[in-house]
Design a protein around this ligand. Sequence first.
Ligand code: T3D
Length: 264
Amino acid sequence: MSDPLVLVADDGPVRTLTLNRPAALNSFTSAMHAELRDALDAAAAAHHVRAVVITGAGRGFCAGQDLNDPGMAPGADGKVDIGAVIEANYKPLALRLRAMPVPVLAAVNGVAAGAGANLALGCDLVVAARSASFIQAFAKIGLIPDCGGTWLLPRLLGRARALGLALTGDKLPAEEAVRLGLIWQCVDDAELVATSQALAQRLAAMPVKALAATRQALDAAAHMTMEDALALEARMQRELGHQADFAEGVAAFQQKRAPHFTDR
Ligand code: T3D
């Protein structure tokens, strides 16, 4: 039997998914997409999982689409239907991340290029090793940023920097990515696993239903008037205020003890 293309490991409430095609810098084949989709669905369905970490095996995080994948071969008309690949694989992946019921953290261990960069940026928090880098490699092969890149980059960086990265395809080192506000944190390579796992454990102990709702509210508010955003806040707070986690959080505060959150 061949090795899994996505390794799955639990440490209590934290599930780590490791992209596992290190010889090709964990670039995406259709088969790896299918395994990652299944793994994300399984993590979403497993009640004990309260945070997910995505990382890569070997020296890279993910080099985007595997440019040697047979799925990239031209059809009878001599053309490759990349739109079909996006619809089948990258669009569902980007939307899955956005709809996860728990926080998702990218632990970027090395180069993240093309859709691999935007996979990382689509996670809720990105922690990168100092030697890691982010490359919007698409322009170099005649494509536009995908896997949510056109939506994410201007929101994270503003139009000028988004276009700068997307048009040049230049390598952005992790430290610079933090400075620009593209990612959350950059740590020494030797600290990446410990730091990202500790952060994931910390999030897992928090009211994760509210954390997922926070992501949803921020994303939705980006398209709204302030008045509409305020109305959404009221609706979502009403719903969260009816959850056990809110009662627990307030009780723990009043009783001066650590809270134990269980909603998901
Ligand atoms: O269907 C569609 O196309 C639509 C979807 C598009 C989404 C996309 O992601 S498009 C962008 C695709 N990705 C790229 O264009 C990146 C290509 N890779 C690179 O530019 C470089 O590999 C890196 C800058 C990422 C890293 O450079 P370096 O020097 O550290 O490593 P390397 O030597 O280039 O790569 C190491 C191995 O990984 C090498 O294999 P080998 O020669 O040792 O057998 C290389 O071929 C392989 N590899 C790296 N990236 C890919 C890849 N193999 C297949 N596909 C890749 N994307």
